[in-house]
Structures are given as C-alpha cells and as structure tokens.
Design a protein around this ligand. Structure first.
Ligand code: AMP
Ligand code: GLY
Length: 424
C-alpha cells in the first residue's frame, strides 16, 4: 500500500518510522517532512499543507491509497472531507468531529451534554461581560480562546488582573484573530496532568500505551508552556483503576455522543486530563496524536502499525489485538535557543549518528533540514532524542547519554524528563 503522512515534526517522523517497518508498505511519502523523515520516506516540499486540491492531485498521480494527517490544522480544515470525496482514504476525523479540538466551546458543550467530567465554564462573546464575570468570580481562573491558536490560546490566571489582561489580549487586541471572537472562562483545576490517547473506528477503540508530556520549558515544570519538551511511556500515574474510569467516564461517552450526532469519530483521539483525587477531568480534546507523546508511544506498539490503522479505518478494532512492548520509552526534546519565543535557524547539528549507535536509541527529527548530507536546525523543537530500555531509569539514562553526543549552537533541553514518574 502507498501511504502519505501529512506534517513535518517529530510526531510525523515517529509515524513514518513505524509505518516504514509495516509489512504492507509499498511506498511511503511525507508532506512536507523534515531532514530525518527524508531518510525513510519520499518528502514532498512543493505542495502546501493547506492546499487540499494540490494534495488530492498528488495522491491521484502517485496512486496513494491512504493519507494519515499528523497535525490538527488540516483535519480541522476538512482534509478528510475533501480527499474522501475524491476517493482517497484518510485516517483521521472529519471536520465536524475535529471540532473537538478546533473549537473549545464545541468540546465543552459536548462534554456537558455527555456528562463528561470537566471544569465548570461559561462562554462569552463580549469583553465587558467577560470582565464583569471575572470581577464577580475572582481568581484563580482559566481564560481560553475558542479556536486554534497553535497551543498558545490558554491563560491560566492566578490573579484577577491576569484574567482581565487575558480577555483584553484575546478579545480587544485580537492577538489570535477570529480564533478569539468567543472565549471560555473556566475554573482552575489542581492535580497532575496526563494524556490518554486512543485509536477508534467510531464504535470501538483501543487505548494506546499511556504517556506523560512535560509542557513547561524548564526543569521542575518552570518557565513558559511549550508544545512539549519531552515525554515518557508508560506512566504509573494511570493505573488500571484510573484507566477504567477514563474509559467509562470520558472515552465511551464522547464516542457515543458523536455517533448519536450521526458523525462517528474515526481516528486518534487524545484526551488531555487533569487527575485530581484519583478522578479524571478533561482539560481538552485533541483530534490527533500528541507531539512528543507519539515519539514514546509508537515505538512501544509491537503490532504492525499499518494493520492497526487499517483496522481503525475498516471498523475492525473490536477484535484487534494491540500488543504493547514491556519496555519503557523516553523522549528528550532538544530545542533552539529562544524557543518557544523567537529563535534562529540554520545551525549545524552534529553527533546524531553517534547517538543512534547507542542501543535502543532513535533520534526523531522535528525542526531539521538536510543539505549535502548534513543536518541543520530549522525550527523551535529540533530533535526528539528517544530511548527504549527495559526499565524507565535505564531509558532515561540512555536518552541523556544520547543527548550528550549531539551538538548544535544554543541547544536547550530539560534534564528531568521522566522524573515525574518516581513520585507516583
Ligand atoms: P488546553 O490547551 O486546554 O489543554 O490548556 C493548555 C494547558 O493549560 C493545559 O495543559 C493545562 O496545563 C492548563 N489548563 C487548561 N485548563 C486548565 C484548567 N481548567 N485548570 C488548570 N489548568 C488548566
Ligand atoms: N504535547 C501536547 C500536544 O501534542 O498537544
């Protein structure tokens, strides 16, 4: 089968990595891909990720039978709807279902309808009403823009002033444009964050290995939020009891409501959770795999990945056996100096081969570019240095051993990825 992956980050490198090992892969393409993906797939750099017509024509020309989108944006904008009209299979949700991530208000109202535990909230389309509400309620509060904001649309506010300022930025200064026309103000939840990701055919689902992301830039969960500075899998935070609660209280109801609406959700579904007193509360839904969660989850799936995806697409997940490796996996993100703010590109990266020579190490590329056999930085998150080992402490040590072999000017990484696991 000829398969095209959409996207060009670490998650997409991990997708290409597992797909390239699948037995039924005849050809693998990635649009746009990156320096690392180029080593295992044919990268396509002359078509934009938002040019669905161009993507459709490319698929027809190359006889591509299956498209797997990595990031949310094409899904929310309807890549599945457009490609499927042209007879090309897409593994991911329709634009209707992708609203679970594309509109926070859609997601919250659906959670309310389905009785899914989440923070209490109120929706506003007028800044003065929102400010009045903040003054009445008092801090702490969380202010969220409704639409996609590249992960920057959430303000966790510990003071009333911060919350008022967030409303001003989103609704009056319009820093997120139309994505901030409506906002949610919700109660702040306290607890431990975890991601629970499933693959679903709309009726049944299979939980992927559990994982935990490290969202803050600096050690000890300090500094600004990022796309994710590292992850590990499995996480002891999600034990069997909690797993059952998450499936009963979150996953099953959300899939049931989508079916009732006549739009079964097919694809990967990511629940961002806050675990408080042993109970799961949904912070957000994402309509895709996490990044860098995918980099630690996918290498732990022993089952042929294309077979798993095809079972999802064809409605055969109920009887599918998803085999998980007993090994632990850790991914340490190496980022450009300045990320998540402004950063420079084009720095020479050395040592990747030495890192990959270590047992169990895979270096997933995120923001890299290959030129003349050399790799250069080309984004904020540059590499996801990943290690599989029999135990979590061994995987952590191995990942950091690999990180130390890699150099580029201004490289920043956290030194405590995976350490959270030891406190549960
Ligand atoms: P979201 O994109 O909605 O998951 O929000 C991004 C981040 O903001 C989450 O990963 C949490 O760290 C934080 N956050 C969001 N909503 C809440 C909430 N209700 N209470 C506490 N923290 C939150
Ligand atoms: N790592 C968080 C996300 O992919 O949304």
């Amino acid at each position: 089968m000829k398969v095209l992956v959409l996207g060009g980050g670490g998650r997409e490198h991990a997708l290409c990595y597992v797909l390239s090992k699948s037995k039924d892969i005849a050809a693998l393409y990635c649009l746009p891909g990156n320096g690392g993906i180029k080593q295992i797939a044919q990268t396509v750099s002359d078509i934009s990720l938002s040019d669905f017509k161009g993507i459709t024509e490319f698929c027809k020309k190359e006889k591509i039978e299956l498209v797997i989108p990595g990031p949310e944006e094409p899904l929310v904008k309807g890549v599945k709807d457009v490609l499927e009209k042209a007879g090309i299979k897409v593994f991911g949700p329709s634009s209707f279902c992708a609203q679970l991530e594309g509109s926070k208000i859609f997601a919250k109202e659906l959670m309310k309808e389905a009785g899914i535990p989440t923070a209490d909230f109120k929706v506003f389309d007028n800044p003065s009403e929102a400010k009045k509400y903040i003054k009445k309620k008092g801090a702490p509060l969380v202010v969220k823009a409704d639409g996609l904001c590249a992960g920057k649309g959430v303000f966790v506010c510990d003071t009333e002033e911060e919350a008022l300022e967030a409303v001003k930025k989103i609704m009056e200064d319009k820093i997120f444009g139309a994505s901030g026309e409506r906002i949610i103000i919700e109660e702040k939840l306290e607890g431990e964050e975890a991601s629970y990701i499933v693959i679903t055919d709309g009726k049944s689902f299979k939980a992927l290995p559990t994982s935990q992301d490290h969202k803050r830039l600096l050690d000890g969960d300090k500094g600004p939020n990022t796309g994710g500075m590292g992850a590990y899998s499995p996480t002891p935070l999600i034990n069997q009891t909690l797993r059952e609660k998450i499936e009963k209280k979150v996953i099953e109801p959300v899939l049931a409501v989508m079916r009732e609406k006549g739009n079964p959700y097919v694809g990967f579904l990511y629940a961002g959770l806050m675990i408080a007193n042993g109970e799961p509360y949904v912070l957000e839904f994402n309509c895709r795999l996490g990044d860098p969660e995918a980099q630690v989850i996918l290498p732990r799936i022993k089952t042929d990945f294309l077979e798993l995806v095809m079972a999802g697409l064809e409605g055969n997940l109920a009887d599918f056996v998803l085999e998980e490796s007993p090994e632990a996996c850790v991914c340490v993100v190496m980022a450009s100096k300045g990320y998540p703010g402004k950063y420079e590109k084009g720095k020479l990266i050395t040592g990747i081969e030495k890192a990959e020579a270590l047992p169990g190490v895979i270096v997933f590329h995120a923001g890299t570019k290959e030129e003349g056999g050399k790799f250069y930085t080309n984004g904020g998150r540059v590499l996801g240095v990943t290690a599989l080992a029999p135990t979590l402490p061994e995987a952590i040590n191995r990942a950091y051993e690999a990180v130390e072999k890699i150099q580029f000017e201004g490289a920043h990484y956290r030194r405590d990825i995976g350490h959270k696991a030891f406190k549960y």
